[in-house]
Design a protein around this ligand. Structure first.
Ligand SMILES: [Zn+2]
Length: 790
């Protein structure tokens, strides 16, 4: 057999080819298994309203709905009575024969779909509040009483109520480009929020016999009509919030004259409803560098004792908003501080009862301003004239310019002292950032909340995380860091993010935590901050005061960054796969020099590394025949089997002569050719981030893009040619990809550390332990949902 250089190279390449052959032999990706297949066949076809780049098309349109409302709050009966004139501008290319209004309060009617379709969990461990809600909710008969619907000429208009939807049958079809006006009158009974829950309601303070009202979804609101959905008149059963049109509001709110009112919009009649001192303080607050009290603690406590029988009408106007909410009480302390930045000129204001202090005076208004500062960096300048945080019964909920936030200190009834826990403090700062942040998503970037919870909650929770991290170093954010989502990602009871709001399982993790974390991973690990921030801001700029869909978001993120993200959105948003990339074998190849002396020596060294056969090991020193009869030994005993022959040397020398110098150099290369095998155990394809340590203690970081999985998404291998010896490898050492099992990420492997607990063998200890284990995923989810209402 002739030696030639080609055999030498073949030797080396056989090793690779063998590896590659084995890889492609496993690759039997079907279409459904192709994790890099483009999303086009899933996303809607682009058109003149929404382009393939993810921007509004040249014929994008949306409706405009303006409201003129008068509302009266009865503090004795907790009833609201109102009337509205609704002006509907039909900007669609279609003729409309009817207009749908949403009556979200009808969710609280006895026998509503929301009440009857609510399924249940086993009653093993339920909070007191939970049981009270179970008992009271079916009994309460809320919902609208619609007393009148009339045209602008005063004539009654035909209408039909179906659950939470009201259809106005227009006397005359509304043509494209035309507008129409009609009037609706109604009343309804407010509910005690702490008993029945929800996103609005009142709180009763027994100690001073006062009410605090947080009023939302309180007037019949036009249902969104848009190019993708037509009328978004899916019934309201609880989770899918509101899908609304932008418009201008003129609202007159009549309340007891000793009430303070906070509302969406700008107060039109301060001279009528505020004292001269209050107005002076307000104008001072505009340029103050810390919150100025408009109503002080003492004034609020004094006000609590008042029982005026007179009323006051607070008049507000709000431009270009999709909704309107307000709060009213005798108990409000009120502070304010102006915020001017870029195009923003805003009054940040907080309204809270004394029960909220000392927490609220310290953090609320500061957190509002912090939110606007941070969010505007990644989106657009806050465009509205006020931004309000109100403390009341609602745990956390957002409306244009006004938010309801729940956390309060706890009162020690013995000492009268108020203290707050770490959890409450960060809970308050976090919830204010979150709810004020909702001004951006979905109050301004007006996504369809009834369809997609993640589009506002996920995007907003992502920016909340960034804003929290900018509040203080190592802020204890609940959501955002990749490692915090892993236990959810590997849980069983899951649906994809792209699931309708009402069908989501593990609501908080699915619609808030997972999308927020996915975006953070895109930003930090996959795209990098520069590309991500530009694309995300482009999305916000393109769709502010417009209505985007998921496709518009996915497309814009790619369009503005030149990063193919279809695999990422496909995996993270359309499946319940998780990340678990494991380190497999590490192969070390070196070049075969073809020099028989070198190669035989190499084989000998390799042979010496093998352990001795067990029989040889035990037999050692027990005496053998050749010991007694050395004449039996010959040439082969003197030279082992790894001895080069002269014939081999001659062949090598003659074939070596035919090589070019670079080929000879390659034969002598001392480089290590490492092939590292990886296994995808979780399903999600992700970049492989390697931390490599060498024998000389130096280190190297290497990021292999997710596309390394494109030919086989279950197994892949990577060649690294290094002169130095590798002594250790770690995958995702910074825990940035949400890898659910990091124990298979290290070579050499590491011990898995944890603690065991010792306890006395008492029955109750065992029972406690046992009960802990019984706590099911469902209960955890229930707690989660109680904590996350908005
Ligand atoms: Zn939210």
């Amino acid at each position: 057999m002739k030696y030639s250089i080609s055999t030498a190279i073949i030797c080396l390449s056989v090793a690779f080819a063998g590896n590659l052959v084995s890889v492609s032999a496993q690759a039997k990706n079907t279409i459904s298994d192709d994790k890099f297949r483009q999303l086009d066949e899933i996303l809607p076809t682009p058109n003149v309203y929404r382009t393939a780049s993810g921007a509004p098309g040249h014929k994008y349109w949306q409706q405009q709905v303006d409201y003129d409302i008068e509302i009266k709050l009865d503090d004795k009966t907790q009833q609201l009575t109102g009337s509205e004139t609704l002006s509907y501008q039909n900007n669609s290319p279609d003729t409309l024969r009817y207009i749908w209004l949403q009556l979200d309060q009808n969710k609280l009617k006895r026998g509503s779909d929301a009440k009857l379709s609510k399924s249940t969990q086993p009653l093993k461990k339920v909070t007191y509040r939970g049981v009270r809600n179970m008992i009271e909710s079916p009994k309460f008969n809320g919902g609208y009483e619609i007393t009148n619907v009339t045209a602008s000429n005063g004539k009654p208009i035909q209408y039909v109520i179906n659950g939470t939807m009201l259809r106005i049958d227009l006397p005359k079809a509304l043509k494209s480009g035309d507008d129409t006006e009609f009037k609706v009158e109604w009343n309804y009974q407010l509910h005690e929020q702490k008993v029945l829950g929800g996103r609005s309601g009142y709180e009763y303070f027994k100690e001073d016999d006062n009410y605090l009202y947080e009023i939302a979804s309180w007037f019949p609101r036009a249902v969104a009509y848009y190019d993708v959905m037509g009328w978004q008149n899916k019934q309201f059963v609880g989770h899918g919030e509101f899908t609304l049109e932008f418009g201008n509001y003129d609202v007159k709110i009549t309340v007891p004259s000793d009430h303070i009112v906070a509302a969406t919009g700008v107060l039109q009649n301060p001279k009528k409803v505020l004292t001269k001192t209050q107005r002076k303080r307000l104008s001072k607050a505009k340029t103050a560098n810390k919150p100025v009290l408009i109503v002080t603690v003492d004034e609020a406590l004094e006000n609590e004792k008042s029982r005026s029988t007179k009323t006051n009408t607070w008049h507000f106007k709000a431009k270009n908003v999709r909704d309107f909410a307000f709060a009213s009480s005798r108990k409000f302390i009120w502070d304010a501080q102006g915020y001017q930045h870029g195009n923003s000129n805003t009054m940040a204001m907080s309204f809270y009862p004394n029960e909220g202090n000392p927490l609220w005076e310290k953090y609320s208004t500061e957190a509002i301003i912090h939110t606007m500062e941070q969010y505007s960096k990644y989106t657009f300048d806050y465009p509205y004239p006020v931004s309000i945080s109100v403390n009341g019964p609602v745990g956390g909920m957002e409306y244009p310019m006004i938010t309801f936030n729940g956390p309060r200190p706890t009162l020690d009834k013995k000492t009268g002292d108020k203290t707050y826990s770490r959890r409450t403090k960060y809970g308050l700062v976090g919830v204010i950032i979150h709810e004020v942040g909702h001004n951006y998503f979905p109050m301004i970037v007006n996504s369809d909340e009834r369809q997609w919870t993640w589009m506002d909650e996920g995007l907003n929770t992502f920016l909340q995380f960034i804003a929290e991290q900018a509040w203080e170093e190592d802020y204890p954010s609940r959501r955002g860091h990749a490692a915090k989502i892993t236990s959810y990602m590997k849980s069983d009871n899951q649906v994809p993010i792209m699931t309708n709001s009402e069908s989501i399982l593990q609501f908080g993790n699915n619609a808030y935590g997972k999308p927020a974390t996915a975006l953070n991973i895109l930003r930090e690990t996959i795209m990098g901050r520069e590309l991500f921030d530009f694309a995300f801001k482009e999305y916000a700029q393109r769709w502010k005061f417009k209505r985007p869909t998921p496709a518009d978001f996915f497309r814009t993120m790619e369009d503005a960054s030149a990063v193919d993200l279809d695999w990422f959105f496909r995996g993270w948003f359309y499946t319940t796969d998780h990340v678990d990339i494991a380190l497999g074998n590490i192969h070390l190849y070196t070049a075969d020099s073809q020099n028989p002396d070198t190669e035989e020596a190499w084989q000998r060294a390799l042979d010496n590394e093998k352990p001795e056969y067990i029989t040889s090991f035990i037999d050692k020193g027990q005496g053998v025949r050749t010991q007694d009869k050395p004449e039996l030994l010959d040439f082969y005993n003197e030279h082992d089997k790894f001895t080069a022959t002269n014939a081999a040397r001659n062949k090598y020398n003659s074939s070596n002569k035919k090589l070019e110098q670079w080929e000879k150099d390659l034969l002598l290369t001392q480089s290590n050719f490492y092939i590292i095998d990886f296994e995808n155990k979780g399903g999600l394809v992700m970049p492989i981030i390697l931390d490599i340590t060498y024998a000389d203690s130096s280190t190297e970081q290497l990021k292999l893009p997710a596309e390394i999985w494109r030919k086989n998404n279950k197994k892949t291998s990577k060649l690294l040619i290094r002169d130095k010896e590798i002594t250790a490898i770690a995958i995702d050492a910074k825990w940035e990809t949400a890898d659910v099992d990091v124990n298979n990420n290290y070579w050499p492997a590491r011990p898995i550390k944890s603690r065991f607990e010792l306890y006395k063998d008492k029955k109750e200890d065992m029972m406690r332990d046992y009960n802990e284990k019984l706590k099911s995923a469902d209960e955890i989810e229930q707690e989660e949902e109680e904590n996350t209402d908005s």
